[in-house]
Design a protein around this ligand. Sequence first.
Ligand code: GRF
Length: 189
Amino acid sequence: MKRIVIFASGSGSNAENIVRYFSDSNAIEISLILSNRKDAFVHERAKKLGIPSYTFNKGEFEEAGLILETLKQYKIDFIVLAGFLLKVSQPILDAFPNRIINIHPALLPKFGGKGMYGDKVHQAVIDTGEKESGISIHYVNEHYDEGDVIFQAACEVLPDDSVNDVAQKVHQLEYKYFPEVIEKVVLNK
Ligand code: GRF
């Protein structure tokens, strides 16, 4: 059984979707959810889904000792970032080489990097007059959104699309593809 931890900073709709996808898997288990925000709605979702979730602050994520101890306690094999806004610190990268993946709500390398998250990404896509947007699932390295891209999927952006219109189309791609890509990557390891 491969055991996965999800790092999430916000609502956690991707985290919930991933937990549900693997709920009857005999190969992959979502064992734990960690957040850097104690008020993140992802904790409510975890509670409802019966998944343990904990909050660690920015300093604890950077120092990583407590985090790595917790991941060891839960026998974690793989880390999935789903709306996690902190950079993953070097000790965690070192402990999980090629075993940390992230989803970004745009077609990298465009519209990525520090500060590019959530609606800011979709606003930038609209402001630039892009005809399409989408998702990028990639390995995580020491820079924001710069690891090797594993998978991308695109959606149309219409001239009169609002930020929310784009966000909804991107979320649909996330919910459709992220669990499948996680499954392929984790089971090939
Ligand atoms: C998603 O759009 C994801 O692509 C990005 O952050 C958002 C998280 O949304 N990394 P949620 O917390 O999973 O609802």
